[in-house]
Design a protein around this ligand. Structure first.
Ligand code: ATP
Ligand code: MG
Length: 588
């Protein structure tokens, strides 16, 4: 196949588009792969569509090879199944909802667990039918709060989602492992750098959960790895190693002190060191217990006040909190009006004395796992300008529960407790596999008869990859200063031929090369335009086909120049050998 630039539906842009915030987005627009249609909604132009389809086909081949079967659900879905699972409400503002002419509610599918569960319930009734893995490659719709970076986080995007169905946990483990192996083959084939990390199962529950992340500084996910062992986790899923309880029989009694004008941790620590110096060392922020109050709105419309108590040297990590609170829950730190409505909370001096579900303010109070029994803290005395010292957890106060949402820092101990420490990096979530368990089967009544003729609830796994996000993530992972730089497996063409010059002979030789390669099954992009060599080279580098062949000055000596787009390495190849050489390069 030959894609001729004289007629290919593409316009490269010289200028950087104003609204493109990350390099891959800028280059995909400039090189003519995508066009914006609406916020978070993009048109795939021929070049972009070619890359997208190649990625989808790599995924499809591996899913088919592992025995999963492809089907296709509608994108336009009725409300009822989502009502039954609770997600019609849980999704909150996250889904696009619409009505038909009769006034019935519909939604544009954000993900299809309900539909998969129901179709299996419809057709299967016996353990003999299982295990089963089915999948689709579908357009999904989510009204993302922050669509970003073009197709990286769209409001319309494609997803391959598969689901496994088993009668028991051992079966689910086996199905999960088969998917995991297939995902490794898929990501190896796609040809870029990725890591597999432990993930939070989120609102979906379940047990095993792992994400495949593309390494990228622009990624929205942060993951950590241990310096000693193979522990790797999304920060959302890091379980903080709780210290052992501390004996407190001899601990001094708690005492409130005047600490005027110390509403921040910094001012408090300075004040303590000046007025209440310790014998052993200086006070640090880590000695203080900071209590942050959030106003939280649940998807069903109910609201609550939630305080989080954590060591004063750490912040609440918004993404960790988001993932612990679950899909569709929104929150923000208490504002003036919230404080005004709860006068028992002394802003800047809030302590456990005013927090807790049973206290008058009615604020749910959750503690960081580091606040273990016997640890002593300096914290607010619930009076303006006053703090309590030597307040001992378990003796003087307790929370309504534990919440592990403090920021994870480089150098924190590995949760495996092996003495290693954590190092962080950024990534883009490309795929997520996890054990759903019986959540949807329970909600929608998916049961089969087991060997003994007894009805059992089916257990499920859920496995997603985003092909449209993959286009951007792979671009981001491989691009350089001059343009896109596709891995061979997903490039829009195998070879980009540039006819550089005005001579008829040059165009004739380039045309022949394009035709011969095409006949050998090579996909050729051929720049046959009457444009200057400079313009053509720039476009070739921008578009990012892995091999660029220049038919130009060397032709007089019987030579083509073959350039590797990624390394920039150039070699001269004899005209007579060129087709064999290039065809074998493409296959390698
Ligand atoms: P994120 O945390 O990035 O929002 P998610 O956890 O919502 O992702 P899943 O629901 O697990 O994602 O969806 C499976 C896959 O679909 C993701 O791994 C990702 O590749 C893709 N995906 C999810 N949301 C989007 C989006 N808004 N745009 C493009 N791809 C997406
Ligand atoms: Mg999401």
């Amino acid at each position: 196949m030959i894609l001729r630039l004289s007629s290919l539906f593409v316009r490269t842009l010289r200028e950087d588009p104003a609204d493109a915030e990350v390099p891959s987005h800028r280059l995909l627009l400039r090189a003519g792969y995508i066009r914006r249609a609406a916020p978070g909604i993009y048109t795939w132009l021929p070049l972009g569509l070619r890359v997208l389809r190649r990625i989808e086909n790599i995924i499809r081949d591996e899913m088919d090879a592992m025995g999963a079967q492809e089907l296709l659900f509608p994108a336009l879905l009725p409300r009822e199944p989502y009502e039954a699972s609770g997600r019609w409400t849980e999704y909150g503002d996250g889904i696009f909802r619409l009505k038909d002419r009769k006034g019935n509610d519909y939604l544009l599918g954000p993900t299809h667990e309900e539909m998969f569960t129901l179709v299996v319930k419809d057709l299967y009734s016996s353990y003999k039918d299982l295990p089963l893995s089915i999948y689709q490659i579908q357009t999904k719709y989510r009204d993302e709060a922050r669509p970003r970076a073009g197709v990286l986080r769209g409001r319309e995007f494609t997803m391959k989602d598969s689901y496994s169905f088993d009668v028991d946990d051992a079966g689910l483990d086996a199905s999960y492992q088969k998917h995991r192996d297939a995902y490794i083959r898929i990501f190896d084939k796609l040809g870029f750098e990725y890591v597999i990390v432990k993930a939070e199962a989120g609102a979906m529950g379940g047990s095993k959960s792992e994400e495949f992340l593309a390494k990228a500084t622009v990624g929205e996910d942060t993951y950590v790895r241990c310096t000693l062992c193979d522990y790797a986790a999304n920060v959302e899923a890091v379980d903080t190693l709780a210290p052992a309880p501390v004996p407190y029989d001899d601990a001094p009694a708690a005492h409130a002190e005047q600490t005027p004008a110390t509403p921040t941790i910094e001012t408090l620590v300075d004040h303590l060191n000046e007025k209440y110096p310790r014998d052993d060392r200086s006070w640090t922020a880590g000695d203080t217990l900071k209590n942050i109050v959030f106003s939280v709105r649940h998807p069903d419309g109910t609201t609550e006040a939630l305080a989080i108590g954590l060591p004063g040297d750490r912040e609440v990590d918004t993404k960790r909190l988001e993932s612990k609170l679950g899909e569709g829950v929104v929150f923000e730190p208490f504002g003036e009006a919230d404080f005004a409505a709860r006068p028992s909370l002394a802003k800047g001096y809030i302590g456990p004395g005013s927090l807790g579900e049973k206290k008058p303010a009615g604020v749910r109070f959750l503690l960081d796992p580091r606040v273990v029994e016997g640890t002593a803290w300096v914290t607010g005395a619930d009076v303006d300008g006053s703090h309590v010292l030597d307040l001992v957890a378990g003796r003087d106060f307790s929370g309504d529960g534990v919440i592990d949402v403090a920021e994870v820092r480089d150098g924190d101990p590995c949760p495996n407790g092996d003495g290693g420490t954590l190092r962080s990096a950024r990534g883009i979530e490309m795929g997520h596999i996890f054990q759903l368990g019986r959540k949807y089967a329970d909600a929608l009544g998916l049961q089969v008869l087991d060997e003994n003729g007894k009805l059992v609830t089916v257990t499920m796994g859920s496995y997603g990859i985003g092909p449209s996000r993959a286009v951007a993530a792979i671009a981001e992972n491989t691009l350089d200063e001059i343009g896109l730089c596709w891995p061979r497996a997903v490039a829009p063409a195998d070879v980009h031929i540039v006819a550089a010059g005005k001579d008829e002979a040059i165009f004739a030789a380039a045309e022949r090369l394009a035709g011969d390669l095409s006949a050998r099954g090579v996909t050729v992009m051929y720049d046959d335009r009457k444009a200057s060599p400079g313009v053509k080279f720039k476009d070739a580098e921008l578009i990012g086909v892995p091999t660029i062949v220049t038919v130009g000055r060397g032709l007089a000596d019987g030579l083509f120049e073959v350039k590797d787009r990624a390394s920039g390495e150039r070699t001269d190849v004899a005209v007579a050998d060129a087709v064999d050489h290039l065809a074998s390069l493409v296959r390698s």
